[in-house]
Write a protein that binds this ligand. Structure first.
Ligand SMILES: [Zn+2]
Length: 259
């Protein structure tokens, strides 16, 4: 095994409280486009003439739900058409070995849960794409795939209002429960924080790394590109999570067997 990965595996074995922060780069390895990589986008603008951040905003969902849903549907189809990869799976297995290992994700594809990450140690800070729900009457609709094949936007069968996914659209507030959970756990501190496939441009994504660094913890970045937090990382792996995590896991598993 490569020396850097071996040292990192040893640090993970020693650490109790671990936080793995994941972003679009992890799911890109499953073939999922980022919202900036959706069809019909040119330089960040949709063929409807507005930036994608405007198309996928809470304001657009209210004023022109059909336009917002056109792009939500593309995200939905992409998520339903792909699946978790070896990176998601190795992270879930690591959580099984380390009972205080948490995942904080910006991804809305639900792949961590599908890969087996326990829900009580998973924070989906930007929400998720399913189940759809009605803001007016509270009805939930589990049939995302089916609804995407029908005329958009999908309407509530009880009251006729537009359904929406429980995601955080641009301009909307983060889900309160997820934020509270994150800060409750950050308050307890983490010995080791790994940032995976995210540019960490949101403060709540960079903050755990800053805090770990300040309290003498170990910081890690797995990313093909340099980011705003690269200089905070004790370990920087310019590789895909898909390759790094299975390799780390095999080392940690071997150590557990030899113990
Ligand atoms: Zn309704």
């Amino acid at each position: 095994m490569r020396p850097q990965l071996q040292r990192l595996a040893s640090a993970i074995i020693e650490a109790q409280r671990i936080l793995i922060i994941t972003g679009a780069g992890l799911s890109a390895d499953s073939g999922l486009p980022t919202y900036r990589g959706l069809n019909g986008l040119y330089n960040g603008h949709t063929d409807d003439g507005v930036p994608i951040e405007v198309a996928l905003s809470g304001e657009m969902l209210r004023s022109d739900p059909a336009l917002c849903w056109k792009y939500l549907a593309q995200l939905g189809s992409a998520c339903l058409g792909a699946q978790p990869n070896a990176g998601h799976q190795a992270i879930a297995e690591l959580q099984a070995l380390k009972p205080e290992c948490w995942v904080l994700t910006q991804n809305i594809d639900g792949y961590h849960r599908l890969a087996g990450s326990p829900e009580d140690r998973l924070i989906e800070i930007h929400g998720e794409l399913a189940p759809l729900y009605c803001r007016a009457c509270g009805l939930t609709d589990e049939r995302l795939g089916e609804r995407l094949l029908q005329p958009l936007p999908p309407l509530c069968e009880a009251c006729g209002c537009v359904l929406r996914p429980p995601v955080t659209l641009f301009g909307e507030r983060l889900p309160t429960a997820a934020v509270e959970r994150l800060y409750e756990q950050l308050g307890k501190g983490f010995d080791l924080v790994i940032s995976v496939g995210t540019s960490a441009s949101f403060p709540y994504i960079a903050e755990p790394l800053v805090r770990a660094r300040r309290s003498g913890g170990v910081t890690v970045e797995v990313n093909l590109a340099l980011t705003e937090v690269s200089e905070l990382a004790d370990f920087r792996l310019e590789e895909r999570a898909l390759d790094v995590f299975p390799e780390l896991l095999s080392h940690i598993t071997a150590h557990n067997i030899c113990k």
